[in-house]
Design a protein around this ligand. Structure first.
Ligand code: ATP
Ligand code: MG
Length: 609
């Protein structure tokens, strides 16, 4: 468990460690790289923005998800980076649905993405202006830009088969070969392209390609395809189009229309950057797009041990019923993490802690867990829950306390706040307290009793005394068993006058305190004990079949007995079950009278012997 940093060495929260992206932005701000930009209040071409005002946003970034699945922890990194940098440098971050691919989008995904961004603590409304966009709104411009490229001799319609195109592209050691269609005139290409748009040709029979350099050492510059024929109904534009732009063509245009300054993406797009720059230069030359153009910068994607970060593979887990849904608490989706008990603050801290670099690496899952523990340590109310209950009977209770007597007990819900209790009270700050009772019959953890204690065991065994946390000191006298030799009840006597918080509490010294819940006011609860979903630290590395390393024991459901304060939880409330870890009241299934808790993360320090 981390100890709080002493005040005199604490780093102020506003001082964030620098990284290469921050350095680039600071450099651009200092040089005024983007100072001349204008913004017309909405995305658009050069003329549109020229009529606007000087851009009030110092920088513009964007988070551009494809709405084809639920976002995962990798996307959370990208969200925190893009929205976080915009916030820190007087800029604005756009949320843009990259919906240029007609096949896979779904409004369920669109809504879940908006929820995820907001839940993480970010938004797209800036100064009353909504910077929420969808790339399919730019199809008209993309088409116009394609016609311009054709007219300027920068693009041509290629009718080679896909196989011929693949062969003629060459490879790393071999330059490509020009297509026989490469020398068509702009007029011929324009006519052909319009035929494509008008539905006169079969899907896949031809493509529009940029005319760049078939001998370029960068294969992405060997006349990449920029438009294809695809008869598909688009969720936004319906059947208006039977041709769709390729991602590599669409993305730079989307950025430029939105006046993005710093277009941040993961390293796999590094090889696309020359085409990104080439395309925007051509369209600026033609007067279609505003200058200066956005610049692309790449950072390392998040790889987390024991976790898969691919929407497609996560979808497979859902559709094959390996998990209960996108929000299964074992899923690394944002909805899954949320249901597991993760907080926005813990995820933001995680992203800051792992930093931004240009080299791929694996982050240990425990880093994420540590961030949650740190956040909950000071915030989560404490409570006692017995996860593997056995009954404890205080055989002298009725004689010394009175038959059927229930003694009220209490403990602080936030022990850390106790130091400030006096000041708190003075300022009218309420110090939360949990109330419960103790009686003759209690529930304790089965592992807290040993008939034949191993060496060093300090908890209940015949003749030993322990404290019932927040209650009394008791002395163990033995146990009862069933015919099969299984322990049915642990027996002890209460030592009167030793109640916690009373003057006699310290009169009897004990070596251990154990957790418990009274039979009288304990409430039974379903507790879902989650473990990692995969046994392999790198479940899908090197093309491995990740299904094979699914952990068969990633979920164990137990019936626990919890103290009354826990039974009164509201969905999403987080607690530290003393000695067990952090738990959250399940946001889907928990209800008054039917408590359901999920294990969020265990305590770092294991329970002593
Ligand atoms: P997936 O393979 O899971 O579908 P993707 O990259 O195709 O991921 P997009 O919706 O296109 O998903 O991604 C939106 C943004 O999130 C992109 O800018 C992408 O670079 C970023 N992103 C996706 N995965 C990660 C990751 N693991 N780490 C950091 N950023 C990521
Ligand atoms: Mg993608």
């Amino acid at each position: 468990m981390s100890t709080p940093t002493p005040a005199n060495t604490a780093v102020p929260e506003t001082v964030k460690p620098s990284n290469f992206l921050r350095q680039i932005i600071e450099h651009d701000l200092e040089k005024g790289t983007y100072a001349s930009r204008r913004w017309a209040g909405s995305p658009g071409d050069a003329a549109h923005h020229a009529a606007g005002q000087p851009d009030p946003a110092k920088i513009r970034t964007r988070f551009p998800p494809e709405p084809n699945g639920y976002l995962h922890i990798g996307h959370a990194k990208s969200i925190c980076i893009n929205f976080g940098l915009a916030r820190d440098y007087g800029g604005v971050c756009h949320l843009r649905f990259d919906d240029t691919n007609p096949e896979k989008e779904d409004t369920e995904y669109v809504n879940s993405i908006k929820d995820a961004v907001q839940w993480l603590g970010f938004g797209w409304i800036n100064g009353g202006e909504s910077n929420l966009y969808q790339a399919s709104d730019y199809f008209d411009f993309m088409y116009r830009a394609a016609e311009y490229l054709i007219e300027a001799g920068h693009a041509y319609v290629d009718e080679q088969t896909a196989e011929q195109m693949r062969i003629n592209r060459g490879d790393f050691g071999k330059p490509g070969v020009d297509s026989p269609f490469r020398t068509r005139t702009p007029a011929e290409n324009l006519a052909r392209f319009r035929e494509m748009r008008n539905g006169l040709h079969e899907d896949g029979s031809m493509v529009l390609r940029a005319r760049i350099d078939m001998a370029s050492p960068n294969i992405n510059m060997r006349d990449p395809a920029i438009y294809r024929i695809r008869r598909a109904t688009h969720h936004n534009t319906g059947d208006t189009w039977c041709i769709y732009p390729m991602y590599t063509y669409a993305h730079p245009i989307e950025d430029a229309l939105e006046q993005i300054t710093h277009s941040l993406c993961t390293l796999e797009f590094e090889d696309q950057r020359p085409f990104y720059d080439w395309l925007l230069e051509r369209l600026i030359e033609g007067g279609l797009l505003a200058s200066p153009p956005p610049r692309q910068y790449e950072f390392a994607r998040l790889n987390l041990t024991y976790v898969i970060t691919s929407k497609r593979k996560l979808a497979q887990l859902v559709y094959d019923h390996k998990v209960s849904g996108w929000d299964d608490p074992r899923m690394p989706t944002i909805v899954g993490l949320r249901r597991r008990g993760y907080t926005p603050a813990s995820i933001q801290t995680f992203v800051e802690r792992i930093g931004v670099t240009k080299s791929d690496s694996w982050i240990d899952y425990s880093t994420l867990e540590g961030c949650l523990r740190e956040d909950l340590e000071l915030k989560a109310h404490r409570g006692m829950a017995v996860l593997n209950p056995v009954k404890l009977v205080l055989t002298n209770w009725d004689a010394v306390m009175g038959a059927g007597h229930l003694e009220p007990c209490s403990l602080p819900a936030l022990p850390h706040h106790n130091h400030e209790a006096t000041q708190g009270a003075a300022e009218g700050v309420e110090i939360p307290v949990r109330h419960f009772t103790i009686g003759k019959e209690l529930w304790i953890e089965r592992e807290d009793f040993e008939e034949m204690p191993p060496k060093g065991y300090k908890r209940l065994f015949p003749g030993n005394k322990v404290r019932l946390k927040g209650g009394y000191v008791i002395e163990c006298t033995g146990c009862t068993k069933d015919a099969g030799g299984n322990i049915t009840e642990v027996l002890a006597t209460v030592v009167p006058g030793t109640k916690s918080g009373t003057p006699g509490a310290d009169s009897v010294k004990v070596k251990a305190a154990i957790t418990w819940v009274a039979v009288a006011d304990g409430v039974s609860a379903e507790v879902r004990m989650y473990d990692r979903l995969f046994l392999d630290a790198h479940p899908d590395a090197g093309g491995k079949d990740f299904i094979e390393s699914l952990n068969p024991n990633s979920l164990k459901v137990v019936t626990a007995i919890v103290e009354p304060s826990l039974a009164n939880a509201k969905p999403d409330d987080k607690f530290q079950f003393e000695r067990h870890g952090y738990f959250v009241a399940d946001r889907v299934d928990h209800a008054a009278g039917k408590p359901v808790f999920n294990l969020a993360v265990g305590l770092k320090d294991s329970w002593g012997k």
